[in-house]
Design a protein around this ligand. Structure first.
Ligand code: ADP
Length: 298
């Protein structure tokens, strides 16, 4: 803030009149700070596997040169680290793409139910590896909604998390529901017990007459503590104790989901109970053209 003296028409300073100029720099500083934090985090995340690769190359050149068993093991670790870097770079690129087009409404439309089936096919190896039973509940007809590639990314991120943070042999349920009014779309799922906490990670753009289709993904995994829910969609955030090892996630998945949901003017909520499981829900407004038809079919 600064005080500017006012001058009269003949350029005399009028000391009894002044203008107080207040400018708010906190939001600019916050944005700068976030950018700097993001760069520092991204660099750190990439530097860790790179440093480990450099270390293993040194070892392979040195004392592991003639030890074929050690060599195989180290090459395996190096491969995992390279894959991790690829995942990170893919997620970083995805994030920057979705951020760039967040203000451009999606132009294409895709069949939500068919998309869920495609996601299930794509994830079949991971589901089989952990013997996870995936069930899908969907209405007789679901409308065409949103950008195919982006909604696929949303589904893959949420279903992969459900698999990753669940024990072997557990069940994951996907439900497509709609058309719903906004409060129905946002209403807490009663599938989790009274201990469950719930949080909105992205609020839908509100238009009173809008109808939504919700996709809910429910797991029987480890669940998330109430205090950790608000930070879930922050970039690089992982719940305490979640390692950032070669097989672990990048911490960018839910941030990507949130941007895509925002672009679709939809909502994104999480419900979770520690030791019981989680339900992640995304709900998307039904395009006007199919709204009537969708209502008739239910
Ligand atoms: P990551 O790549 O680490 O999975 P995400 O952004 O997808 O990153 O998720 C952020 C964090 O939220 C995860 O590291 C994990 O701690 C927690 N999380 C996400 N989904 C689930 C889930 N279904 N069950 C339990 N914890 C989850």
């Amino acid at each position: 803030a600064f005080v500017a003296p006012l001058r009269a028409e003949d350029d005399r300073v009028m000391p009894w009149r002044a203008m107080l100029v207040l400018s708010d720099e906190t939001s600019i500083k916050r944005a700068d700070r976030m950018r700097a934090d993001f760069l520092a985090n991204a660099s750190h995340e990439l530097r860790t596997p790179l440093a480990s690769l450099a270390g293993f190359i040194e070892t392979l050149r040195g004392h592991a040169r003639d030890d074929s068993e050690a060599r195989e093991r180290f090459l395996g670790i190096m491969f995992d680290q390279t894959e991790r870097m690829q995942r990170l770079i893919n997620d970083l690129l995805s994030l920057s793409r979705v951020e760039m087009d967040e203000h451009v409404p999606p132009s294409s439309e895709t069949d939500l139910a068919a998309l869920v089936e495609d996601a299930r096919d794509y994830l079949r190896p991971q589901l089989e590896e952990k013997a996870i039973r995936l069930t899908v509940r969907k209405p007789a007809s679901a409308p065409a909604i949103g950008d195919r590639d982006q909604l696929m990314e949303v589904l893959l991120n949420l279903i992969e998390n459900a698999i990753k943070y669940s024990p072997e042999g557990s069940a994951v349920q996907i439900e497509i529901a709609g058309p719903l009014m906004r409060d129905e779309a946002e209403r807490p799922e009663l599938v989790l017990g009274a201990q469950a906490s719930r949080l909105t990670l992205a609020a839908p753009a509100s238009e009173p007459r809008e109808r939504y289709f919700a996709v809910r993904i429910r797991d029987e995994g480890k669940g998330i503590e109430r205090r950790n829910l608000p930070r879930l969609s922050e970039r690089f955030y992982r719940v305490d104790g979640q390692k950032s090892g070669p097989k672990e996630g990048t911490g960018l998945g839910l941030a990507i989901v949130k941007h895509i949901v925002n672009r679709h003017r939809g909502g994104f909520t999480v419900e979770s109970a520690l030791g019981e499981g989680s339900v992640f829900s995304v709900f998307l407004p039904v395009p006007a053209a199919v709204r009537e038809q969708a209502r008739e079919s239910v």
